[in-house]
Design a protein around this ligand. Structure first.
Ligand code: ANZ
Ligand code: ZN
Length: 825
């Protein structure tokens, strides 16, 4: 069969048949919400990673649909972001236009690859009807005290003119362009995600995320349990007003071993001192140029300055010096530590460098010593006792710290959602009125980043100048835009009521004069019935790189909206199951990248071998969560399989038999069972392997099949190779792709009674005493397979233990019954 013809033929039929993959809001059938991470529509089109992940989702969606489920399998565009902006600047186009072109390209590529998305629910984060809601969510965060503006030091690349995350700074240089990174302090919007740190951890219990993902979330939140302890500052210099400082420690039990305090250069006490002391201010300046990562590196040479001040250890009254050093971060705990150089590596290096005292308080057996009432206690007991003591004295108590940081929400770029806030000289920061949303990104000629590091929107007076929503006076609009994580926080909700986004365009919110219309909250709440129907997402397929930030951010926003009461009460978490898809490397086993010249695009494979070969190969090359190198041989193997499959089906169709043979029944039934089970657990490669084996066994023996049996084979193939399956289906006289598409046909059922017959359970004995059993296929249990059966019997975990160090003298096989091993006593 000529794949090009078949593809264009069925693509057209499916396109005309709009209902084929539409999820039904009203259906009573069991729902299944299958979500794949929506892509960033870059100018280079779908890459192989997209094709891999989406095919995986598509197989799952098609399989569930054929099982009679009401499947929601939507797609959209996460389209704000820097690459589009940069490309638009370079090519002198508008980002709006670039985005439109790119999404058109992505959509047509996806349609060609036969992804069964419900296109009636397509969303785009850059559509004002969409980002109106992203802005609305921000206003709610602000109203609840979860968004605040703060002066923040950021890593600034003077060449890219952009703030960089710590991870994007490598050896003090910009990861993109290699320019020396500067530190700048700018005022940024920050979202208080740390408020939800415990909820985000706890909530994982309500999900079935794979372990790897749960662990990634827990680690990123990085909860540390310990204590906060207050130290009095000995008053020497009258100029310093601060009389007390607080430390965070995970080891309050070691308080007797504290020989100095270290505060971060940004600590308020250090800031006070820096005003009058040159050494301190010099040191602060140097520290500012370093990233957190550099500062906390374990084996880095320690630096620091003595503050001239002393603190008093609250348990023994000892005077200890206060040092300033950048290995203590301002953003963690309290920005100050109690140093225990005998038991902490970094403190130890610091003490040695500056000749500070070292006092051990833990003996070789791990018990406390020289610590008065803690003496001879173990770590846990000592911690508990110390916390009690501190609480009693009112100078501290148990406390947690999180490595999770609040979320910097400002970007000084054009192509993002404008942050809907207004700065009024009288009222301060005021959120825009909901009825004025969306605050639309103005379409302008120039939107290059500015030299002063401000958003390009700041140069557009008509955008900046506005009236205060509260007092009506002259005010200025916020010109920062949101980070590219913002739009993806709630897109899976938007899919559920995508039609409403469009409709809500002209809908003015409820005002006193205009009672009849909806407020935004109403739109969410009205959607609640629909959300109740579709939530939670049953399966969320995405990449490892999104197992931390995206997943945390979107779960946080969900929990926040849940607390607002606009989401169905019965679903405290958005995603039931999260699984992460693997990575495809180039033929050279390296990550695909343009610079290495090893990039393979899905289009080219589809051009050469057809879409079905491309899809099936992607699913066959390895486990869905594995890391796999491109392999031309495997690709050809899949190609040959599909060719043989077509031949066989067309051949069988021509010489079918009316009564089905038992062997054939058994083979097919077993294949249904295996393929079904495998797809359920994303074991696509093994599912395909089972189909291959099935075809082999049928053709090697030249079995004849009934039409029904042939149809079963075609159905099993359908999720993987939708074009071939649909074509064969119509050759078999079934449907025409319109009303009786193979993709809406019923998934074949397993005949359990046949399965049982296919295997036998064999007892495994040592010296006649039964110790274990094995299950083998009836075929294999025959006498001629004696050797293999005995090997299987010896290889079970139990038997390996029984046989350890023993000598087997004789092996006896009673076909279909038992394996008996005679061993030396
Ligand atoms: C005394 C002590 C004794 C500590 C000891 C450790 C071992 P995690 O586990 O990551 O939470 N620390 C606290 N705040 C810090 C900051 N802002 N910058 C750098 N280090 C900081 O680490 C908590 C421990 O890291 C705290 O417990 C503190 O040192 C240090 F044998 O206090 B510890
Ligand atoms: Zn005002």
């Amino acid at each position: 069969m000529e794949f090009k013809e078949i593809e264009s033929k069925w693509q057209k039929v499916w396109e005309e048949n709009k209902d084929l993959y539409v999820a039904d809001d009203k259906s009573e059938r069991e729902k299944k919400y299958v979500l794949v991470e929506f892509p960033y529509p870059s100018g280079s089109g779908l890459h192989i990673g997209h094709a891999f992940s989406f095919t995986g989702g598509d197989v799952y969606a098609r399989f569930n649909r054929m099982q009679g489920k009401n499947v929601l399998f939507p797609m959209g565009w996460d389209a704000f972001g820097l690459p589009t902006e940069n490309y638009a600047i370079k090519t002198k186009q508008k980002p709006q236009k670039v985005t439109k072109d790119n999404t058109d390209m992505f959509r047509s590529q996806m349609k060609r690859l036969a992804f069964s998305f419900d296109w009636s629910r397509e969303v785009n984060t850059t559509d004002p009807n969409y980002y109106k809601w992203t802005q609305w969510i921000f206003i709610k965060l602000f109203e609840k005290g979860l968004a605040y503006k703060q002066e923040m030091p950021i890593n600034w690349c003077p060449s890219c003119k952009i703030g960089l995350a710590n991870e994007e700074v490598v050896n003090g240089k910009c990861e993109r362009c290699g320019t020396e990174v500067e530190r700048r302090t700018i005022s940024q919007w920050v979202v208080r995600i740390t408020e939800y740190a415990d909820r985000l951890t706890e909530g994982l219990k309500n999900t079935d995320f794979i372990d790897k993902v749960k662990q990634a979330q827990v680690n990123w939140i990085g909860k540390s349990e310990g204590a906060r302890i207050k130290f009095k500052i000995k008053s020497l210099k009258s100029k310093v007003q601060i009389k007390e400082l607080e430390v965070f420690t995970t080891r309050p039990d070691t308080l007797y071993g504290v020989t100095f305090i270290v505060i971060s250069p940004e600590h308020e006490l250090a800031m006070e001192l820096g005003k009058e002391n040159k050494d301190t201010s010099e040191y602060q300046k140097i520290s500012r140029s370093k990233s957190d990562l550099e500062r906390t590196e374990l084996n880095r040479e320690k630096t620091g300055v003595f503050s001239g001040l002393y603190a008093i250890n609250p348990v023994n009254g000892k005077e200890i010096p206060i040092w300033i050093s950048d290995f203590v971060l301002a953003s963690y705990g309290t920005g100050a530590i109690m140093a225990v150089p005998a038991h902490d590596e970094r403190d130890n290096a610091f003490a040695k460098k500056f000749g500070l005292e070292i006092i051990g308080v833990i003996d070789k057996g791990g018990k406390m010593k020289d610590s008065e009432m803690l003496n001879s206690l173990g770590k846990e007991e000592a911690i508990k006792k110390m916390i009690e003591l501190l609480k009693g004295k009112g100078i501290g108590g148990g406390a947690n710290s999180y490595h999770l940081r609040d979320w910097i929400f400002s970007r000084q770029h054009y192509w993002g959602e404008p942050i809907p806030m207004v700065d009024c000289p009288k009222c301060g920061w005021v959120p825009e009125k909901e009825e004025n949303l969306p605050i639309v990104l103005p379409e302008v000629e120039a939107y290059e980043p500015t030299d002063d590091g401000k958003s390009p929107l700041s140069k557009i007076e008509s955008f900046v100048n506005c009236k205060c929503p509260k007092c009506g006076g002259d005010a200025k609009r916020e010109t920062d835009t949101m980070p590219n994580w913002a739009g993806s926080d709630w897109y899976y909700l938007a899919y559920c009521f995508a039609d409403r986004l469009e409709k809500s365009k002209d809908q003015k919110p409820k005002t006193k004069e205009n009672e009849a219309n909806d407020t935004f909250v109403d739109i969410f709440s009205d959607s609640c019935e629909i959300l109740k129907k579709w939530l939670p997402v049953d399966v969320y397929i995405g990449g490892d790189e999104h197992n931390t930030l995206h997943l945390l951010y979107s779960r946080f926003i969900y929990q926040f909206l849940y607390d607002l009461g606009v989401l169905p009460k019965e679903h405290p978490e958005p995603y039931q199951m999260r699984t992460s898809h693997g990575v495809i490397l180039g033929p050279d086993n390296q990550r695909m990248s343009k610079s290495k010249g090893n990039v393979i695009v899905p289009e080219s494979v589809a051009d050469k071998y057809g879409v079905d070969v491309a899809r099936m190969y992607l699913m066959f090359m390895g486990p869905f969560d594995g890391t796999m190198a491109w392999n031309e041989n495997t690709l050809m193997g899949v190609k040959r399989f599909l060719e043989r499959f077509e031949k066989a089906v067309i051949g069988y169709q021509l010489r079918v038999t009316s009564d089905s043979r038992t062997e054939v029944k058994l083979i097919i039934n077993k294949t249904i069972d295996g393929v079904t089970r495998d797809i359920e657990k994303f074991g696509y490669n093994t599912a395909i392997a089972k189909m291959m084996e099935c075809l082999n066994r049928l053709t090697v023996n030249s079995y004849e099949l009934t039409v029904e049996e042939v149809k079963i084979l075609v159905k099993l193939l359908a999720p993987f190779a939708p074009y071939t399956a649909e074509e064969l289906w119509s050759i078999l006289g079934e449907g025409n792709g319109r009303d009786r598409s193979v993709h809406l046909s019923e998934w074949p059922k397993v005949d359990l009674s046949l399965l049982v017959e296919e295997t036998v359970t064999l007892a495994v004995a040592i010296n006649g005493k039964v110790r274990d059993e094995i299950v083998v296929e009836s075929q294999k249990s025959k006498a001629e397979n004696q050797k293999e059966v005995i090997e299987m019997a010896k290889a079970t975990e139990k038997m390996k233990k029984w046989l350890e160090g023993k000598k087997v003298l004789k092996e006896i096989y009673v076909p279909g019954k038992m394996v008996n091993l005679v061993v030396a006593q």
